[in-house]
Design a protein around this ligand. Sequence first.
Ligand SMILES: CC(C)(COP(=O)(O)OP(=O)(O)OC[C@H]1O[C@@H](n2cnc3c(N)ncnc32)[C@H](O)[C@@H]1OP(=O)(O)O)[C@@H](O)C(=O)NCCC(=O)NCCS
Length: 342
Amino acid sequence: MKANKGLNIKRLEPSRLSEVVELADRIFKPKDGSMGANFPILFSKKNARNILVIEEDNKIVSMVGVYYAYAQIFTSRIKVVFMGAVCTDENYRGKGYATRLTYEAAQIALKNDAALMMIHGDNDIYRNFGAVDAGTYFTIEIKPTQNSYSHKLKIATESDLKKMAIWHSKEPVRFIRSFANFKIFHKVGHAWDGHAKTFIGDKVYITVVEKEKTYHCIEFAGDPNEVAALIQNFVNEYGKLTVHLNLGNKDCISRLLLEIPQQRQFYGTMRVLDKFKLLDQLKDYLDESISGTDKGMLNVKLSNFDDSDFTKIVFGSAEGLPQFTHEIFPVPLPDYHGMDYI
Ligand SMILES: CC(C)(COP(=O)(O)OP(=O)(O)OC[C@H]1O[C@@H](n2cnc3c(N)ncnc32)[C@H](O)[C@@H]1OP(=O)(O)O)[C@@H](O)C(=O)NCCC(=O)NCCS
């Protein structure tokens, strides 16, 4: 990775949090709204030092928002670094600042043991850095039916959080979410750049975001039969819904809702930062499926690919794959456009 010699890249001092929120608001929320309010975990004093900034003329002129999470993938847990809210003050663009910050964020993330970077966005900066479309995600479209179900639509309240957190913790493919963060996400009710509403059943919840006049179910947890019933109830009451699925939950939910899943792109880009670190973090998952000898051979073959192709091979890609397949791939990955989205 490129070095960042001669450039004044700093970790954000918590006392200067309001300056980066102002910069991000100016660029992403020119009319109204607040990045600080929408993304309280990213823009928190606790996380401030993960945010990287460049200062010039005594002010912060460029930033990348960074925070860390763990993706649970059946028996394995990988450390992921999220990057978003990347912006440069209009008067300081084209000087390579966002590019340098991206490389620096990756270097620091590697030192912090993160194996995968998931980026909110897709542009030349991230593509030049080696990030690609990857991750195998699906959608199903649900339309109203004549059937009605006994599960009534009830908006989840704070008193439901304990149950919801327990159901979420049992999902096989998810981001690990502390109860405290669960509470914050619920309170903020912001996901995928929209207002998120969570509906609760006896044994499940579904979270829905309205985006460009279409409803999207971006997260659910709990008993699959009841998830399907609650989804159908939502559709019968509100209208058409797109349900977003990952490789860990698509078969069950799409079968119950009698729809054929369509593969879709990841809404952003991602890149494995260190192939061997990633394989090591996936060890338990891989050990269950392939023998030690096969794994050794697989590692050798995979080492021939660059990080971008490796990312596509391991997690799949809607953009097409390099000339290499293996039955254990793609590995499921949670989608960070759920409530964990920054
Ligand atoms: C995108 C943005 C962060 C780039 O910041 P920057 O400090 O000027 O970036 P750099 O100087 O490192 O790189 C500019 C490069 O990015 C490319 N680029 C990609 N998207 C761009 C955009 N929306 N605006 C300007 N440049 C963009 C340019 O082509 C240029 O490529 P080059 O290296 O071949 O010249 C800045 O334009 C910005 O704040 N835009 C608004 C917010 C935004 O879109 N953020 C990205 C969210 S995905």
